[in-house]
Design a protein. Structure first.
Length: 347
């Protein structure tokens, strides 16, 4: 433990397996609409995509929660659908409807996608955001890069929008598995390139968000959630020895057990569909875990927030742990409740 005990960056220490007296803390979607300063910057940008591609403003919103709260990590402000846009799909955001994409549903559509090396011109502003953050973040704050996992990104590419059940992706998977597999493979290769460039620009950790992993059943979970995460993690670690990777197969349930070994990730992020006590006994035994306070507490606050925050900290106190929510903070959350959570963790 000698080597990394010298670093002041607590998240990197936890990712190496160190058990810390106070868990480091950051929050999914910590740069977001619950903060008035974010809303002001987004209005300045004009729209969401313009904000993602304006390196100065994207860096600014990434820094806002660090200034306000002193989180132990900042996560790059971007969107998981910038990658399919870089692969050649049309992407637009409609107010009240969320993101819309042109679709890929057949072999011709896959063939028309740009190769993994051709994504970097489109994504250059994202890499510039990372470079700005690497310069401007406090010395003790870890910079996290991220991408959507192939299955989750594929669900949007196939349907052209988000859906509650990912029905279009499941239907293509059943009707034409070779085409579906080709989409996953193309995304896997492109995600390696994308995250590798984020690391070269200054990201110290990367996280793979598989937001819809929970809708994959049986061997599909192995083939389309675990296998791509394993391939991406292995490729990144080969290029960037020592790079820590966080995997988040949201909704995995009992499949969280064994996810460290199955993905090769240094840390498994947990949603709040599993109890911290179960996760400590079944997941944390294999390595660092991240999570998993229910994000509704950021809205409701009060004694429930304090009690449940303490419960998460207590459950994971005997192993490496990064405190986080079980999902992203919601726009209706109170900034005061975020401060209460942080104060409770650090008390």
């Amino acid at each position: 433990m000698q080597d990394h005990a010298m670093t002041p960056k607590t998240i990197l220490r936890a990712l190496k397996g160190e058990v810390l007296p106070t868990p480091p803390i950051w929050m999914m979607r910590q740069a977001g609409r619950y903060l008035p300063e974010y809303r002001a910057t987004r209005a300045q940008a004009g729209d969401f995509l313009a904000l993602c591609y304006n390196s100065d403003l994207a860096a600014e919103v990434t820094l806002q929660p660090i200034r306000r709260y002193g989180f132990d990590a900042a996560i790059l402000f971007a969107d998981i659908l910038l990658l399919p846009q870089a692969l050649g799909l049309d992407l637009w955001f409609t107010t009240g409807e969320g993101p819309q994409l042109s679709t890929v549903t057949d072999a011709a559509g896959v063939a028309a996608l740009r190769g993994p090396d051709a994504i970097h011109d489109t994504l250059a502003p994202v890499y510039e955001t990372v470079r700005i953050l690497a310069r401007e973040l406090p010395a003790e704050t870890t910079l996290i890069g991220f991408a959507g996992a192939p299955w989750t990104v594929a669900t949007y590419m196939i349907a052209g929008h988000g859906s509650p059940d990912q029905a279009a992706a499941h239907a293509l998977k059943a009707a034409n598995r070779p085409v579906f597999q080709a989409i996953i493979d193309r995304l896997t290769d492109a995600t390696v390139e994308y995250l590798s460039m984020q690391v070269q620009a200054g990201a110290e950790v990367v996280k793979l968000f598989d937001s819809w992993a929970g809708s994959l059943q049986g061997t599909d979970f192995d083939d389309f959630a675990l296998a791509p995460a394993r391939a991406i993690t292995a490729a990144l670690k080969a290029r960037h020895p020592g790079l820590p990777v966080i995997a988040f197969p949201r909704g995995a349930g009992v499949r969280y057990a064994g996810a460290h070994a199955a993905t090769g990730a240094d840390c498994v992020a947990l949603d709040d569909g599993v109890t911290p006590e179960w996760a400590a006994a079944n997941v944390q035994v294999a390595g660092c875990v991240q999570g998993n306070l229910a994000s509704r507490h950021m809205v409701t606050g009060g004694t429930d927030l304090v009690r449940e925050t303490r419960r998460v900290v207590d459950a994971f106190r005997n192993g490496p742990h990064i405190f986080n929510l079980g999902h992203g903070i919601t726009p209706d959350a109170s900034p005061d409740n975020v401060q209460m959570m942080i104060d409770t963790v650090r008390a």
